[in-house]
Design a protein around this ligand. Structure first.
Ligand SMILES: [Zn+2]
Length: 144
């Protein structure tokens, strides 16, 4: 019998949205895509308005399947869209884990008159959250 306790099995792309160091939202997608709950983030911005919402503190992060650290066309459209919506080059990152659950790569980008690679900054608790979410079965899709 194999011991799967320490194994990471990627099931679905997963995403979190951070504001400073707090997780504002999380989502589980399918094996090939995940959506951010944009309305929820927009509502947070709206409520925060009086206490100053700072788009610099926003960070959209999602997990890709192991060894796939490239941006998809959808990702690029998303980065552009976020930057237009928030009128700021929002930080956007992709994370990959290996079968042992180790982080094998983080790539971060901003869109400012073109795609720019940014410095990744993700805490251990965010990475753990993403790892657990992406190893989860999404009850709302039929891929599993
Ligand atoms: Zn992606």
């Amino acid at each position: 019998m194999t011991d799967n306790r320490n194994k990471y099995i990627f099931k679905n792309e997963a995403a979190i949205v951070l504001y400073k160091d707090s997780i504002l939202d999380h989502s589980i997608g399918t094996p090939v895509r995940v959506e951010f709950n944009f309305e929820k983030i927009w509502e947070f911005k709206r409520q925060k308005k009086r206490r100053k919402f700072d788009p610099k503190k926003l960070h959209f992060v999602h997990v890709h399947p192991p060894n796939f650290l490239e941006l998809s066309t959808l990702d690029i459209n998303c980065i552009q869209g976020l930057s237009i919506a928030f009128e700021y080059p929002i930080l956007f990152s992709i994370v990959c884990f290996d079968e042992k659950g180790k982080t094998t790569g983080i790539k971060s980008f901003r869109y400012d008159n073109g795609l720019i690679e940014a410095k990744p900054k993700l805490g251990g608790s965010s990475l753990l959250c993403l790892k657990l979410l992406s190893a989860k079965t999404n009850p709302n899709n039929s891929y599993d």
